[in-house]
Design a protein around this ligand. Sequence first.
Ligand code: PFF
Length: 464
Amino acid sequence: MARRDSLWGTRFGFYLAAVGSALGLGNLWRFPFVTVENGGGAFVLLYVAFVLLIGLPILIGELMLGKITRRGSVAAFRVLDRNDEVGIIGRRTFGAGVLAALSCLLVVSYYAVVSGWVLHFLMQFTFGSILSSGENVDSSLKLLKDNGLLQLALASVHILLSLVIVVKGVQEGIEKWVGNIMPIFVVLLGILVVKSLATGQAVEALRFQFYPDFTKLTLYSPLHALGHVFFSLSVGMGTMVAFGSYLKPETHIPSAGFRVATLDTVISLFAGLLIFPTILGMSLGGSGPELLFRALPRLLQGIDSGWFFGVAFFVCLYLGALGASIGLLEALVANVTEVLKVSRERAGWIVGTVTVLCASIPSLSSSGLQGVTVRGQSLFSLWDTVVVNVLLPIGVLAFCLALSRKLKASPAINEFVNDDSLVTQTLYSHWRIVVRYIAPFLITLSLAAALFAFISELAGWTHL
Ligand code: PFF
């Protein structure tokens, strides 16, 4: 088997890139509004439990598959097929790789649309008068929503920029861009959280985020929590397989995965504390995917140097989105290069064209395609629901079944035992139990609960 070079110059380089892929709109944009939709504290508790119980083991599994096979997701599964040292594979496991690549394409196309919204708000902050009143915030949003072509143009700029970085090469591209920005973003976020909590709604916000009122959960909540765990940790789409494929042999995967998952979760909790004080003070709770863009400018209107913080925040958020998109596009380009046997540049063109075409649907969902709704949901929301709450959980399920049945024990155990033998083989057996039984069981149960709720809604069983 041809081996990839370990392209990460330093161990730190890998963390920056993996964290750069995990941190992004999922933490700042999606976590707050999904938490609001699911009632707050109890959902957050469920979310954190799922990160530790399911998200982390899957993240470790993806990194491991990439590291052992040195391939992107589709080809990694093929290698499992052929190489006796690693394991054997059938059609089902190959299907898991293809499903991962498809989810990746669907995620990156709507992710690019939201990245375009971030670019729009960055411009509104830099040049517009968004900070002068609440109406200006709403009209900035309206300008965007009414103009689908503007959304598509911004999404296309984002896709192009991300692809140029990807095609330039992993080390140069990702490490350079994302590395320097993430620590700045974390500090900025910390300052803004303190300022937000100082606006007078701290107790209510903390209570909303951390007090678990289980009556607020619905039968959909477990699936929403799981889907968001996968989205936020960037698993279920093969991106972490691609990152793992560039890891150095000596990297201890379970520790690496743990650091990435912890940081990602802490940042999401910070994002909640940034947004919730404002929405509780202004009753912005039902804003859905627009929540961040309605709440943040309103928070910044009330604090000193709001303009500076707004510009800095949206620059960092945009770079976070860029880091995450790079991860997604890297996985797609790696797969297209390996499967179609074309150059990275040509793969970049193919991926770019298909992604822009896909992005046109969510871009136009609030203007040209406004009339097309499914049970009251816009195409954008439908896209989000199907990809995050259906495809990702199914993708992870397929991944669990494929990996736990086909990956032979010896190469996997090696990844769990580190040089100082601090981490023993016991960790491997725990990991295997989670990936083989616990995660598939909980994912299936969550899917079944949501399906039941959906069917009962359709049938009008209102007493449930
Ligand atoms: N994890 C990223 C975020 O939270 O914004 C989104 C993402 C990136 C999802 C890469 C999937 C992925 F492969």
